[in-house]
Design a protein around this ligand. Structure first.
Ligand code: HAM
Length: 432
């Protein structure tokens, strides 16, 4: 028993499978992505929204769809208060629409343009590009059924990817119809599938019964000869959906955006109506190749007991974007800690307090000051300053403190200069 408890105590604790730390060296790229997103989205009129990570489970089962993979098997759900079941959000759209309804944002503006950046959770089998905690940046436009807004969102996205230097991506578009035309198409699809049911994989067989459209998404090679010749949804859209899609494409053409129509693109969430899209990259591998996805979801607000509201949006997987960018720039392993502008060295414990006071003053003046806490000798502090590639070193000894005159050594050439306390910040600033 004792041995067991000792063994337990010496066992290392790791992060949970499929959930990762983002360390210095990687986090800078994340910050770059976030800064670029915020400044670009502002130009298009988007405001940030931050919703809780936990929501009532029903929000997701109603929005995403009871029969989807996410709701059936991927949600982290736990017991909440007063018999409620709560879930770690697997995506952002349902939460944004819930917040839109709850805070009556429809009253404030005709059109709400909202964006979010944050962690999402899905209990999927982890592999490269697929995690259990991952991060999305997404945007939602509520209150317009104009296909021009769809093209505007896509233009914003392509600009973001361009600004970040993402190469070799493809934009895939489709329409999944509406309650008018989709049921007829699904019926045709089911009939065609039933003729070949015995050759389909078990997942397709299940989907055929519960969520027929999703059969089109199957990647199992043996199913492809059956799926390829299936009727195309593009040939079964009603007049309104056909016109909507045609206008959407006209606006994309106007913006000079290239795309491919992909009639098999159906997406894994049930709230979509009419336009759906994905931006994919072959560099992400054959299965997790979607960098981002989105579409129109008119009716989702009503499904959540809100006012009739049209919606359109997308979400991008930040880990996948980081994978693409770090592969392109070969950034991995190139991290160097930031270089101090001024390294304050002190001879002994007695002067540490003075060094800290001076550091506090200089930081107020915007200088990046490094003070070592390793109780090293002055010589060892000098070596450390060198290793950290500090721009200047200044010794804070008793004599310097008493005289109020400090000697600054420029590390690049060893040139020293004596300065009063008040002149240090300006001197460093001029050299930066
Ligand atoms: P989604 O296609 O489920 O759509 O996810 C969007 C993106 O999130 C994916 O293209 C992928 O980059 C990333 N992603 C999804 N699951 C994982 C995972 N397990 N690991 C890593 N990355 C992942 C949505 O979530 C919709 N809410 C998009 C939307 C917004 N539609 C309308 N508005």
């Amino acid at each position: 028993m004792l041995e067991f408890s000792i063994r337990l105590r010496t066992m290392k604790i790791h992060s949970i499978q499929g959930m990762h730390d983002i360390l210095p060296g990687s986090v800078e790229l994340w910050q770059k992505i976030e800064v670029a997103t915020r400044s670009l989205f502002r130009l298009y009129g988007y405001a940030e929204v931050r919703t809780p990570i936990l929501e009532e489970q029903e929000l997701f089962s109603r929005s995403i769809g009871q029969e989807t993979d996410i709701v059936q098997k991927e949600m982290y759900t736990l017991a909440g208060h007063r018999g409620k079941t709560i879930t770690l959000r697997p995506e952002g759209t349902a939460s944004v629409v819930r917040a839109y309804i709850e805070h009556r944002l429809d009253r404030e503006q005709l059109l709400s343009k909202l964006y979010y950046i944050g962690p999402m959770f899905r209990r999927e089998r982890p592999q490269k590009g697929r995690y259990r905690q991952f991060h999305q940046l997404g945007a939602e436009v509520l209150g317009s059924d104009n296909p021009a807004i769809e093209a505007e969102v896509i233009e914003m996205l392509t600009r973001l990817l361009e600004e970040l230097g993402v190469e070799d991506v493809r934009l895939l578009l489709n329409s999944v119809g509406c309650p008018e035309c989709r049921p007829g198409y699904v019926q045709k699809l089911r009939e065609a599938l039933e003729d070949n049911a015995s050759s389909l994989c078990s997942e397709c067989l299940r989907r055929m019964e519960t969520n027929t459209l999703r059969v089109l998404d199957c990647k199992v090679p043996a199913c492809q000869p059956i799926i390829d010749p299936l009727p195309s949804i593009q040939d079964h859209l009603c007049q309104t959906c056909t016109e909507h899609f045609a206008h959407f494409i006209e606006y994309l053409d106007l913006a000079g955006i290239t795309y491919e129509v992909a009639p098999r693109l159906v997406r894994g969430l049930d709230y979509y109506i009419r336009t759906t899209f994905e931006i994919i990259s072959d560099r992400l591998g054959p299965t997790q190749n979607a960098l981002l996805g989105g579409g129109r979801y008119d009716g989702l607000s009503e499904l959540l007991n809100g006012p009739p509201t049209q919606g359109f949006g997308f979400a991008l997987g930040i880990e996948r974007l980081v994978l693409l960018l770090s592969r392109q720039e070969d950034l991995e392993g190139t991290y160097a800690p930031p270089e101090p502008e001024l390294f304050l060295a002190y001879p002994d414990k007695a002067t540490l307090g003075e060094a800290l006071l001076l550091a506090r003053r200089l930081r107020q003046d915007g200088i990046f000051v490094y003070v070592d806490f390793g109780e090293r000798s002055l010589k060892a502090q000098m070596r450390l300053a060198n290793r950290l590639r500090a721009l200047f070193v200044c010794v804070v000894g008793e004599e310097e403190v008493d005289s109020g005159q400090f000697s600054l050594k420029r590390m690049s050439d060893g040139v020293q200069q004596k300065l009063p306390r008040d002149a240090i910040a300006e001197h460093v600033r001029q050299a930066v």
